[in-house]
Design a protein around this ligand. Structure first.
Ligand code: AHR
Length: 482
């Protein structure tokens, strides 16, 4: 097997936001996972868990999407500002029917982003909100003038505007966000975004709700009717193990066939991004409108005994492989994909962190984000992989996948060996492996970290011999060359 790098060829700069995250008011993602409140015995700064914030800083989370998800289209921002005791208590109808006390609202989210050092991406409510409500949220966040709305912000302790840039107009408007037809949504999008104003020097990056998976008609109609009014449109696609969305299967204890069928399904992201981009190319050959994959990842059954509405699942080396597959796709398409947000940061779906009380573990997916962080804002480098296929039955995948980039005179090459039980010897062509360092995440496909035992962590990679690398089965490796 061989990987040929051609540093002269590049698809462009890999936007750091491709390595973004998503956090919804769902289960224990925000509450307990990231926000515990100032009075908690869990170490925190202004209510944000110190351990989680530090871990997220380490992988250089560039952008965080909030407050949903489906929750976004039932969220009314004014319920989440002002004195805590006066905040409205609502039922979170989408996720477990639990009472949401709105103790984590606009100010808390922006404080969290400041602590992590990432950009906020707010997804606003079209489904059950009003144009005025959305417009005033933007004013509250970004205006300096002494309007009644801004004075409320001052009274709530924030003098300076935050300058929020990434602005989503509705979430899954074809489903939980209002069950709209694309023709109707396109008009609603045009109307809502009209009143989301730019204040001062801050220019909103307007994000329209794009398709679910392979709904190419949604992209076609939305581009035709609304492309000049948007900076980006979104794509949501989750990987499930079974044959359809209702056949999700367990996150752990899977068979060999289930391992390969999950990986095989995940590779569908390449086709999705390619085909949606082709449609966008017809309406926008200059690539002014970006594609944002703001929900992606594995969706398995919840862990036995947990609330089905909380979407809590374990995370194995299979998840690490799926993360590598998807990140590679986004990087290869960096000329169109400007952001992606894995679902969801903590305790929900394919999380990078799991918590239980004051304990925290880093999942294999977390370590993949660590291995890939050097690609952030780097120049993508053409990387041609000649590989065998592995798999079971019709569920095959390339044994080796890779991506490369260049920054500050160094090349970063990330490689995954997706075989469950086969080493891979790979020749590296096009660059000299004279000065090279490596890190590796390796384990059995079904292995995971839990609260008693966390065997999966990054180690120094030593399998470099001459111009070749020897990859153990089921691993992800980062090589820093030069
Ligand atoms: O991430 C969980 C849910 O999946 C989100 O709320 C929704 O947008 C999607 O259907």
């Amino acid at each position: 097997m061989k990987i040929t790098l051609n540093p002269a060829r590049s698809a462009g700069t890999i936007n750091k936001n491709i390595f973004g995250h998503f956090s919804e008011h769902l289960g224990r993602c925000i509450y307990q996972g990231m926000f515990v409140g100032k009075d908690s015995t869990i170490p925190n700064k202004n209510g944000m868990r110190t351990d989680v914030v530090e871990a997220l800083k380490n992988i250089q989370v560039p952008v965080l999407r909030w407050p949903g998800g489906c929750f976004a289209d039932e969220y009314h921002w004014e319920d989440g500002i002002g004195a805590q005791e006066a905040r409205k208590r609502m039922v979170n109808t989408n996720w477990g029917g639990v009472v949401e006390d709105n103790s984590f609202g606009t100010h808390e989210f922006l404080e969290l982003c400041e602590q992590i050092g990432c950009e906020p991406y707010i997804n606003a409510n079209v489904g059950s909100g009003t144009v005025r409500e959305m417009a005033e949220w933007v004013e509250y966040l970004n205006s300096e003038g002494d309007s009644t709305v801004v004075k409320k912000r001052w009274a709530n302790g924030r003098k300076d505007p935050w300058g929020v840039k990434f602005w989503g107009v509705g979430n899954e408007s074809w489903g939980c966000g209002g069950n709209m037809r694309v023709e109707y949504y396109a008009d609603e999008y045009r109307r809502y975004q009209t009143y989301c104003r730019n204040y001062g020097k801050n220019k909103l990056f307007r994000i329209a709700c794009g398709p679910s998976g392979d709904d190419y008609n949604w992209t076609e109609v939305l581009m035709k009717r609304a492309a000049p009014y948007m900076d980006a449109l979104t794509l949501h696609h989750y990987t499930v193990c079974g044959d359809n969305f209702d056949d999700k299967r367990a996150a752990t204890g899977f068979t060999t066939e289930e391992y390969y069928r999950t990986l095989n399904h995940s590779i569908f992201m390449e086709e999705l991004v390619t085909r949606h981009s082709q449609i966008m190319d017809r309406y926008d050959p200059g690539k002014k409108v970006a594609l944002i994959v703001d929900e992606w990842g594995n969706w398995f059954n919840v862990e036995p005994g947990t609330n089905p509405g909380f979407l809590y699942q374990q995370n194995t080396m299979r998840d690490a492989m799926v993360a590598a597959i998807n990140l590679n796709v986004f990087m290869a398409h960096c000329d169109r994909v400007c952001m992606a947000n894995i679902a969801q940061t903590v305790n929900v779906l394919q999380s990078v962190i799991l918590t239980e009380g004051d304990k925290m573990i880093l999942t294999p997916t977390y370590h993949v984000f660590d291995l890939y962080k050097a690609h952030q804002n780097a120049r993508q480098v053409d990387c041609f992989v000649e590989t065998e296929e592995v798999g079971e039955g019709k569920f095959t995948v390339p044994q080796v996948i890779a991506s490369a980039s260049e920054k500050d005179g160094r090349i970063t090459l990330t490689i995954a060996n997706m075989a469950m039980d086969k080493e891979a010897e790979v020749a590296i062509d096009g660059v000299c492996l004279c000065k090279v360092q490596g890190r590796i995440l390796q384990g059995e496909a079904g292995q995971y970290n839990d609260f008693d035992n966390s065997p999966l962590a990054l180690k120094k990679f030593t399998g470099i011999e001459g111009g070749k690398v020897k990859l153990p089965a089921c691993c992800v490796v980062e090589l820093t060359i030069g």
